[in-house]
Design a protein. Structure first.
Ligand SMILES: [Zn+2]
Length: 172
């Protein structure tokens, strides 16, 4: 005789299929599509992460961070349906991206600060002291505005930038 065929609902496309994956409850098509996308996005995400950690260029850091966040945001819709694509949650991934880029931007600012202080100390005229100081302050203000909020280290990075600005302003 025959029996009733048991059908399963795919968690993502909601089609009824004979078989869904055990863990994610996805049909073969969705499972392939979603995890293939996750893999290829992860390549760009990790490449960007390494660039952020090594770059000395503020624009590069900002644009790479944007790519990472945009890519990660694409997966929120899956997570909302209970489909975990990465080993950490999308929210945690976004937070650590913001944290790392803030950290790197602060490192750049500190380097600029050290160079500026040297220049200021070596300056022979008051005018050149002032020029070097105001150049640093200008750059530091731009950097400060580019810290990414919603990161644990946002306040710390902002405060540090303000302190460095104060030191430079009082040194001339
Ligand atoms: Zn499906």
């Amino acid at each position: 005789m025959f029996k009733v065929k048991i059908m399963h609902k795919c968690k993502w496309c909601e089609n009824l299929v004979e078989k869904v994956s055990e863990k994610e409850k996805l049909c073969d098509y969705c499972r392939f599509e979603i995890f293939n996308l996750a893999k290829s996005r992860l390549r760009v995400i990790s490449e960007s992460y390494n660039i952020i950690k090594e770059s000395s260029n503020l624009e590069t850091i900002i644009s790479r961070r944007k790519i990472m966040i945009d890519y990660l945001n694409e997966f929120i819709k899956y997570e909302q349906k209970g489909i975990e694509v990465y080993s950490i949650s999308i929210n945690d991934a976004i937070n650590s991206t913001n944290f790392e880029s803030n950290k790197r931007i602060l490192e750049l600012l500190t380097l600029k600060f050290e160079k500026s202080i040297q220049k200021i100390n070596k300056s022979k005229t008051i005018k050149s002291k002032q020029n070097n100081a105001s150049k640093f302050v200008k750059e530091a203000m731009i950097i400060k505005d580019n810290y990414f909020s919603f990161a644990e280290n946002f306040d710390l990075c902002t405060q540090t930038a303000e302190e460095l600005i104060k030191i430079v302003l009082s040194s001339n």
